[in-house]
Each structure stands twice: as structure tokens, then as C-alpha cells.
Design a protein around this ligand. Structure first.
Ligand code: HEM
Length: 447
């Protein structure tokens, strides 16, 4: 049964965590579990099932707190998923994130040998995330989940990470995050971006036509793949003191520091896009969801307002690549659900306090390779596509031990040199979040 183009998304079967916007602000908890016995693993899946929330559920309690469950390749193996089905998953997923480290630029301090255990090891099987509008709701859902696995002696929590979003939406470098997300056909969510038509649902949810007009490859059997999505999570430590010091050393005053920081991101701290507010921050614009995404780069192809190398412009060049017949930006979009972890470094502090802080980066999409991996390797790590092969992303890239960043200006451009890496990968995983019927199938496996 192949859904027609524009087919209605089965929101009753898709887990809320894949599609739904989070409340703002919110708190979250990620838990990783190891399964030492397939029978108990499947028991866990059956028990968690009734706690899960579908994308359609909008009851007050479900809109304010929800659990999402996803599995690594090893996790599906640990549940006893038949080999033919395991083999039908894409290669990147089967290999896992740690095996893709060289490709992704996770080298040096970011290499898997330095990752926080057990990230990147075969011990990571199940990923649970609980998100809620407040701590009490989060604790209640997390406790309900815990009660379902507490007596399962072969189910072990091997990692926990608490995280949160500040009311301002700002993360550790001081910039509001989570603004640039695509509208998705049939998602039931409001369309926010008048400059980018909603993307085909198949770009994000398996079992539906994607932007190429065809069905993306889907794991088999169909009941397992349909309405699932791939999730990528990465724990990214941010070197906030080093970042602030770097900017301070290169700026005449505070105003110029903020300007240089904004040029590196492509938005001002409030979230206002540089192309719409080239001369200074505009908090009203940054806070307005109907306007803060309504822009392209076509009128700024040379990057005088927003440099081509700015993080957000690299990660989504929008219409800036329309002349490049070989690149269709719509094939490289992603749903992002990033979250802060660790306390913020107090304003003005330039000394590293040794505290771990950063972002739990979360990607949701149907294509690990042409979405997440493509953006990370071709657009963030590499600068060939903007004619600056030696420059990687000034915030999160990795072309080498240092990089440079060009800010177009008249009469002469400014080039920031010797940018050290400000982000260190602490670990991550590629996961698959199945639909609710698929979870039933997994729980009922008899192998
Ligand atoms: C610690 C690491 C990172 C930080 C601090 C960071 C920060 C930001 C900020 C401040 C924005 C602008 C606000 C917004 O549009 O939401 C942004 C946008 C974005 N980032 Fe990141 N980011 C990080 C890592 C990544 C990674 C690893 C990827 C992808 C592989 C990525 C992909 C994107 C995308 C797609 C956008 C939206 C661009 C747009 O639609 O205009 N980011 N990021």
C-alpha cells in the first residue's frame, strides 16, 4: 500500500517526539538503557507502549509532557529483530555514529575514544526522552516509565542527561536556538515560513513520498518501518569562555563583540536574522515566529548582511544556492530539537570554570545520510560549496585544528583567523523511533 503524494500523515501512529514542537520553556531528561535479555527487552517495549503519546494527542496532560522511545541498531538486535529486517536499515544506522566519526569530523578531542561512556559503545540499546513544560510533570512521567522497568533485572539505565530550555530560548553561547525548522505537510502544525513551502512529510516520516516524489527506502517489514523516523542525538560540549575570549580579543568594544558573534551565527542573540536586521538586534523580530523565519539570502548573495560562512546560513542556505543546479536545499533539511545541558556560564565570565555545559543536539528525519550527514560534512565541516574550502563552520565545524571566517565588508572584508574549535563532541548515537504499531510489533516478536 503506497500512499499517494500528499497523503495524510497518520498522526495517530507517529510518536509525538518526532514531529511535535516542544513547549517553551521546557525541561527534559534523556535516558539510555542496555538490554541483556530479549524477552525482558520486549516486555519493556510492551510496558512502555501505553505511556507513549501520538503526534495527534492534544489532551492537556499529553501536550505538556511526553515520553519518546527509540532504538539503536544494537538495541533492535538486542530485542531479537530478525536479521533480514536488521539488514534492511540504512548502512549509516547499522554502523552507528561512532563508526562514522572520521566522516563526521569527530576527531581529536571529539573522537569516540574520548567520548563519555557508554556513548558510542555497544551498550547503548534504548533511548528514552521525557520532555515537559515543568519539572513536576517531567518527574511524574519519568517515574511512570521507571516503574515499568524497575523490576526488569536485565534492563539497566546506563546514562542519564538532564536538560532544559531557558525562557529566552538562548543556549550557552548566548543565542536563541531552535528557530529555523521546516514546516511539514500534514503535520497539523502551523506553517510559519512564507518563503519556504512546507516539505513533503516523507522527508521526515517513513512511509510517505519525499521531495523527490518517491518513497524513501524503508526498513522491512512494512509494519516496522512505516511512521518511524531516524533520530540523531549528539552531546556537544561548548567552550563558552574560549568563545567569549576569542571575540573579546578581536573586538574594540562590547558592541563589536556582539556583532562578530552574530556574524558567526547568522542571527542576533535574540534570534533576529541578520538579513532582516543587518544593523542591530531586534528582539521583537527575534521573538516573532511569523517573521523570524521569513527570509532568504537571494538579496544578500555576497554576504554583506549575513556571511555565507555563518553557521545558520551554512546549515540551511535557503535560496542562496538556487543558481547551483546540482544542489536542492530541500533535500537537506532537518527537524532540530536542541536542548541545553549544564548551567550557563555567568554573563561576563571569561575564565573557564571547568563545568560541562552545551547542547544536546537532536535531529529528526527520514534520511541520515542526505540530511544529517550531508549537512554536517558538506556544509558545516567543508567550505567548498561557498568557495572557501579552507573555512569550516565558525561555531561547530572541523576542518582542522583551527579555521578562519570571512566577513564580507566594504571597502575590505574582515577575516577572523585561528578560530579554535568551540564545540567538542562528547558522544552520540543514531536511533530509530518507530511508530506505535511498529512498537507493538517489536513487543510481540517471538524469536
Ligand atoms: C553546539 C553546537 C551548535 C550550536 C551552539 C548551534 C547553534 C545554532 C543557532 C544559534 C542557530 C540559529 C537559530 C536557529 O535558526 O534555530 C542554529 C541554526 C541551525 N543549526 Fe545549529 N548549532 C549547533 C550545532 C548544529 C549541528 C551539529 C547542526 C547540523 C548537523 C546544526 C544545524 C542547524 C540548522 C539546520 C539550523 C537552522 C538554519 C536555518 O534554518 O536557518 N547545528 N544553530
Amino acid at each position: 500500500m503506497i500512499p499517494e503524494t500528499g497523503a495524510v500523515l497518520d498522526l495517530d501512529d507517529i510518536q509525538a517526539g518526532a514531529l511535535r514542537e516542544r513547549p517553551s520553556p521546557y525541561v527534559g531528561r534523556y535516558l539510555l538503557l542496555r538490554l541483556d535479555d530479549p524477552v525482558q527487552g520486549r516486555e519493556l517495549v510492551r510496558r512502555l507502549h501505553s505511556l507513549l503519546v501520538a503526534a495527534r494527542d492534544t489532551a492537556e496532560s499529553e501536550a505538556q509532557a511526553w515520553l519518546t522511545v527509540a532504538f539503536t541498531y544494537r538495541g533492535l538486535e538486542a530485542l531479537g529483530v530478525p536479521q533480514a529486517s536488521l539488514d534492511s536499515f540504512p548502512r549509516e544506522f547499522r554502523e552507528g555514529m561512532a563508526a562514522r566519526a572520521q566522516e563526521l569530523g569527530d576527531v581529536g578531542d571529539s573522537s569516540p575514544s574520548s567520548w563519555e561512556p557508554p556513548l558510542g559503545t555497544p551498550d547503548v540499546h534504548v533511548a528514552l526522552s521525557v520532555l515537559a513544560s515543568d519539572q513536576d510533570r517531567l518527574d511524574a512521567v519519568a517515574e511512570r516509565a521507571r516503574a515499568r522497568y524497575a523490576d526488569l533485572t536485565s534492563v539497566t539505565v546506563v546514562w542519564r542527561q538532564d536538560c532544559y530550555q531557558l525562557p529566552s530560548g538562548r543556549t550557552s553561547f548566548g543565542f536563541k536556538d531552535g528557530i529555523g525548522n521546516p514546516d511539514v505537510e500534514g503535520s497539523g502544525l502551523p506553517d510559519r515560513n512564507p518563503t519556504e513551502p512546507p516539505l513533503k512529510a516523507g522527508e521526515f516520516i517513513l512511509g510517505y513520498p519525499d521531495e523527490t516524489g518517491s518513497l524513501p527506502p524503508m526498513p522491512t517489514p512494512e509494519v516496522l518501518g512505516r511512521n518511524g523516523t531516524f533520530l540523531v542525538f549528539r552531546k556537544l560540549h561548548t567552550k563558552v569562555a574560549a568563545y567569549r575570549s576569542y571575540l573579546q580579543e578581536r573586538a574594540r568594544d562590547r558592541e563589536e563583540q556582539v556583532l562578530l558573534g552574530a556574524k558567526m551565527v547568522g542571527r542576533w542573540p535574540s534570534g533576529a536574522p541578520l538579513v532582516l536586521a543587518p544593523d542591530g538586534d531586534d528582539p521583537d523580530l527575534g521573538a516573532d515566529p511569523d517573521r523570524n523565519n521569513a527570509f532568504g539570502y537571494r538579496d544578500d548573495l555576497r554576504g554583506f548582511k549575513c556571511p555565507a560562512g555563518a553557521h545558520a546560513r551554512r546549515a540551511n542556505p535557503r535560496d542562496a544556492l538556487d543558481h547551483e543546479m546540482t544542489v536542492d536545499v530541500r533535500l537537506h533539511r532537518m527537524i532540530r530539537r536542541g536542548t541545553s545541558y549544564g548551567p550557563m556560564l555567568p554573563e561576563g565570565v571569561l575564565e573557564d570554570d571547568g563545568v560541562d555545559r552545551g547542547i544536546i543536539f537532536v535531529f529528526a528525519g527520514a534520511h541520515l545520510k542526505r540530511q544529517f550527514e550531508f549537512v554536517k560534512t558538506q556544509w558545516l565541516n567543508d567550505g567548498i560549496f561557498i568557495g572557501a574550502p579552507q573555512e569550516s563552520d565558525p561555531l561547530v565545524g572541523s576542518a582542522g585544528p583551527t579555521t578562519s571566517f570571512t566577513i564580507p565588508r566594504t571597502p575590505i572584508r574582515r577575516r577572523l583567523r585561528d578560530l579554535p574549535p568551540f564545540v567538542v563532541t562528547r558522544g552520540g548515537e543514531y536511533c530509530f523511533a518507530p511508530g506505535l504499531r511498529a512498537l507493538q510489533w517489536l513487543g510481540d516478536l517471538d524469536t
